[in-house]
Design a binder for this molecule. Structure first.
Ligand code: SF4
Length: 435
């Protein structure tokens, strides 16, 4: 596997400059990573602004480079902002559109002025002085035996994120993008959760993962038309940048991804989830993974703040005003923890009245994990109980796990890790039996 160095400088600064987590779940922890929760959309700004040792992202569309030149980050702008910026430099809307198409459409996916086609010389000269085309640097690309690709990108501040491309023989190839570096949610079954949160990604850093995936892999895997926000991080903790990135991705002269083919996943941040459902037409996935608060409080500590009944009641209410909209519940089956027949029956009751589909997901083991995957037979039994109870349910096979590219396997926690939580007494025996 690829070795990734943690930027301790950044961690140290982050512990000073970022306020206490809005989720006070971790406030008693002595582990400082848990205090790195960033609720602000401009978290990247806070982090970078206090640094003098690396380039900074000062606003969605401006960057001060190592050489202190102020350049506009093109992929951090919505089309309206983009057009305004082009016209502020004396160029017409038609030229803005041509440039936008070079960045996102027409199979160009320009990474520099040299890649631009059909633009006049003066415009290109201005762009080379005033505009930044890329914010990611490809570090490595790993291919799993099933064809899943994991792409590692280095950010301007040296941190590393991961993006996964999952080919599909029916042409529904999906790119799974990261929204944060690490994650503050500390879900106990997730490798990324071990990292703690380093920082939010900017809109440009999110959008460019999809652009890069198309540029690098379209010729090999065909069209990449689906985007899932299921990579590193809790997307709704970075909701402003996620909504902005989605706005850029759906533009019909650019990447032109249908909102229904973009799925944003959450561990259950209720206020942000409400906002997302009201402001966005994209699909929503909720990572549920348990049918009791006791189990969910342990494996998904966010449940201590927003418990199951609040989460599900919010969805029930909010979806009343959404036409033909189904939420996707994701349920990772963990042997002896959440995979009993009683769990299946409780799950049927819990989702009553919520238009939904349920994805049953195989647990992908990783080093240090206490959990074991549920057997195939038991997964099928669980699926059958849900289907007989009237649920729309799918078994989702694991993809890319031999390259740590599968669900819950992204990232590199390094030496400083978020702690594993105490196992509640009622799960001790079951967990030991499963091991
Ligand atoms: S499952 Fe998602 S929300 Fe939970 S720790 Fe992992 S990345 Fe974060």
């Amino acid at each position: 596997m690829v070795l990734i160095r943690i930027n301790y400088n950044l961690l140290r600064m982050a512990s000073i400059s970022i306020h206490q987590s809005p989720i006070h779940l971790f406030s008693n922890s002595t582990h400082f990573l848990h205090r790195l929760s960033i609720s602000s959309s401009s978290a990247a700004t806070c982090l970078s602004a206090s640094s003098s040792s690396f380039s900074t992202v000062c606003s969605p569309d401006k960057r001060i480079s190592r050489y202190e030149n102020t350049k506009a980050v093109l992929k951090g702008m919505t089309y309206t902002e983009f057009e305004k910026w082009v016209s502020s430099h004396g160029y017409r809307p038609g030229q803005a559109l041509m440039l936008w198409k070079c960045l996102y459409g027409d199979n160009i996916w320009a990474h520099s002025v040299e890649d631009l086609e059909g633009l006049n010389k003066d415009f290109k000269k201005m762009l080379s002085k005033q505009a930044e085309f890329t914010v990611l640097k490809m570090k490595d690309i790993l291919t799993a035996t099933d064809g899943t690709r994991k792409i590692l990108f280095t950010l301007e501040d040296g941190l590393v994120i991961e993006t996964v491309v999952i080919p599909n023989e029916k042409g529904r190839t999906t790119v799974c993008v990261s929204s944060q570096v690490g994650c503050a949610m500390n879900c106990q079954f997730c490798f990324t959760g071990r990292m703690g949160l380093k920082r939010n990604l900017s809109a440009a850093e999110i959008v460019e993962q999809a652009v890069f995936a198309r540029r690098l892999l379209t010729s090999e895997v065909g069209s990449i038309a689906n985007v899932v926000f299921m990579g590193m991080g809790e997307p709704l903790q970075n909701i402003d940048n996620v909504i902005k990135a989605v706005d850029i991705m759906v533009h019909d002269q650019g990447l032109h991804i249908s909102p229904r083919k973009i799925t944003v996943s959450t561990s259950g941040l209720v206020p942000q989830l409400k906002r997302f459902l009201r402001e966005s037409n994209c699909a929503l996935a909720v990572s549920l993974n348990a049918t009791t608060d006791v189990a969910r409080n342990w494996i998904m500590p966010i449940n201590r703040k927003y418990n199951l009944s609040l989460l599900l009641e919010t969805l029930r209410e909010e979806l009343k005003s959404k036409h033909k909209y189904k939420v996707l519940f994701e349920y990772v089956l963990l042997a002896g923890v959440n995979d009993s027949i009683e769990d299946a029956k409780r799950l049927i009751d819990l989702v009553q009245g919520i238009p939904c589909k349920i994805n049953l997901i195989t647990f992908n083991p990783h080093s240090g994990s206490k959990f074991k995957p549920t057997s195939d037979e038991k997964m099928i039994e669980f699926r059958n109980i849900l289907a007989e109870g009237g649920c729309v349910v799918l078994l989702r096979p694991s993809r890319g796990d031999d390259q740590m590219a599968a669900c819950g396997q992204l990232g590199n926690p390094g030496e400083i890790q978020a702690p594993l939580l105490r196992v509640p007494a009622q799960f001790q025996a079951a967990l030991e039996a499963a091991l």
